[in-house]
Design a binder for this molecule. Structure first.
Ligand code: TMP
Ligand code: ASP
Length: 237
């Protein structure tokens, strides 16, 4: 598989064409960004850790029947994936209150949410990824009602699978964000699943093991990601 021209540079990943029009290579960089690109740093090993962690999660989801774009690891920092036509809507599920929910509603961090909440955000850094609802997505043509229903059902199913997986490693899956796209008209999970796009707390101490360590300047960011990987038995080296 030949890596061709650079198609797109995101905040933490770059996307390259291949000789197959239906496949692209994703390069995971060490760039770590938060607050919609306002805080950016290079963190040693982060690209490698997220690439391998994501491959493990995507393989786990595929084995449970979730359609994903992931095909295979190509190197420490590169993966081959299906080329999707991305839907610019982010799906967020929360099992515990944290982050923007706490700020928006003034509730206490850590409250358990039963059932889990489901929210949509528009993928638009310039606007700070504003929260939207189904009607906005449909009226502006970002997704159809059917696509939104499928994305919601898949996101909640993924929550059930991953909540149990992380619990086995004594971690609480607090919340996470997913992005979907279309592959020949079919909804497929794209982007990545890593501690960059979710919140994970130690079950007992509630120590933060995710990108909140970076957002809040707590230090030990990649060390925490490596601990998450170790607890799930993900091989990094
Ligand atoms: P929030 O609390 O900032 O709304 O984020 C909820 C979860 O989704 C959290 O784990 C971070 C993740 N997320 C992203 O990774 N990128 C985004 O653009 C958004 C809106 C959320
Ligand atoms: N909105 C997310 C954050 O604040 C993602 C990002 O902006 O990179 O971390």
């Amino acid at each position: 598989m030949n890596k061709g021209e650079l198609l797109y540079t995101g905040k933490a990943k770059s996307v390259y064409a291949t000789d197959d029009a239906d496949r692209v290579v994703i390069l995971y960089r060490n760039d770590t960004s938060a607050f919609d690109g306002k805080k950016v740093e290079q963190l040693d090993r982060k690209g490698m850790v997220n690439n391998k962690f994501n491959a493990f999660i995507m393989d786990t989801l595929a084995a449970a029947g979730i359609p994903t774009h992931h095909e295979k690891l190509l190197s420490d920092t590169e993966s081959l994936v299906k080329r999707l036509q991305m839907i610019p809507v982010e799906c967020v599920v929360r099992n515990f209150a944290a982050g923007s929910l706490v700020r928006r509603l003034g509730v206490e961090e850590g409250i358990a949410l039963n059932p889990p909440t489901f929210e949509l955000f528009l993928k638009n850094d310039a606007l700070g990824d504003p929260m939207i609802n189904d009607a906005h997505a449909i009226s502006f043509g970002w997704a159809t009602a059917e696509q939104l229903a499928e994305m919601k059902a898949l996101t909640l199913k993924i929550n059930d699978i991953l909540k149990d997986l992380f619990l086995k490693g004594d971690m609480l899956l607090v919340d996470f964000k997913l992005e979907f796209g279309l592959f020949h008209g079919k909804i497929v999970l794209g982007d990545e699943f890593s501690p960059d796009g979710c919140r994970l707390w130690d079950r007992e101490t509630r120590k933060k093991l995710d990108k909140d360590r970076f957002r809040q300047g707590l230090g030990g960011v990649v060390e925490a990601y490596e601990e998450v990987a170790a607890r799930l038995g993900v091989t990094l080296d």
